[in-house]
Design a protein around this ligand. Structure first.
Ligand SMILES: C[S@@+](CC[C@H](N)C(=O)[O-])C[C@H]1O[C@@H](n2cnc3c(N)ncnc32)[C@H](O)[C@@H]1O
Length: 229
């Protein structure tokens, strides 16, 4: 009987957790291609720290962390309503910390969040890796500016920033589906839109960062690897 009750309790807990996990069909499609690129850069034999900016529902930290057991993942969001979902996705992940509040458009010196007991506003050079998936085109450009500015402060020397999403190159956006996507983004909010890699390179250089590599990924997306010099 007590075995039955404990089994039922487990089912109830699982269902409660499952309800909190927000669905993310795009994330389900891109998580494997993103993993395969990260595996080329993240040293699995060395302890390291990764800060994810705009973690959304928490799917990526949850999925990716299991492939990098020596890397401590720190998810973050500017929307605290997503914390429940991030916690639900990552609750069984040994190397994922509780989500923290980060508005990437703001300078890290104004953040009140702490990392490993230390306020991020007074921290620099602490992460080997930073990760940002599908945010740059769905936010005002101040978020992208903040992403590079804050990455250059928070990454260690030679640390890497991975950004994933659709991009144009030399003001050429292909294919037609991305042109239509860009139009629909800008019609929803004129401050959104697919960014050009050349503009991002200039922004990165202003912040002591360089573009290391462009990886073409499925569905006309790219994963860009940036290095702090
Ligand atoms: C399209 S979602 C992508 C979420 C997740 N990375 C993924 O791929 O599933 C864009 C995310 O950017 C976050 N975001 C918007 N403005 C932000 C800001 N100023 N700072 C940090 N994150 C922000 C939103 O809350 C949202 O979760």
């Amino acid at each position: 009987m007590s075995k039955k009750i404990s089994y039922l309790t487990q089912i109830i807990q699982f269902s409660r957790n499952f309800i909190k996990m927000l669905k993310n069909p795009a994330g389900e499609r891109n998580k494997q291609p993103i993993l395969e690129i990260l595996q080329q850069y993240v040293d699995v034999n060395k302890e390291s720290r990764l800060l994810e900016i705009s973690s959304g529902c928490g799917l990526h930290s949850s999925f990716l962390s299991s492939y990098f057991p020596m890397t401590s993942f720190q998810p973050s969001e500017c929307d605290v309503n997503l914390f429940k979902s991030i916690k639900a996705y990552t609750k069984d992940c040994r190397n994922v910390k509780e989500p923290i509040l980060i508005d990437i458009s703001k300078d890290h010196e104004s953040w009140d969040s702490a990392y490993e007991g230390q306020l991020l506003k007074s921290s620099t050079n602490i992460f080997e890796y930073m990760l940002n998936i599908n945010m740059i085109h769905i936010t005002p450009f101040e978020c992208t500016e903040g992403l590079f500015k804050n990455s250059s402060k928070l990454l260690k020397s030679k640390g890497l920033l991975f950004t994933y999403g659709p991009y144009s190159m030399n003001n050429v956006l292909t294919p037609e589906s991305n042109v239509l996507f860009d139009k629909s983004l800008r019609s929803k909010d004129p401050s959104w839109g697919i960014r050009d890699i050349c503009d991002l390179k200039l922004l990165a250089e202003k912040n002591s960062m360089d573009l290391l590599k462009i990886h073409d990924l499925p569905s006309n997306n790219k994963l860009l690897v940036w290095i702090k010099n």
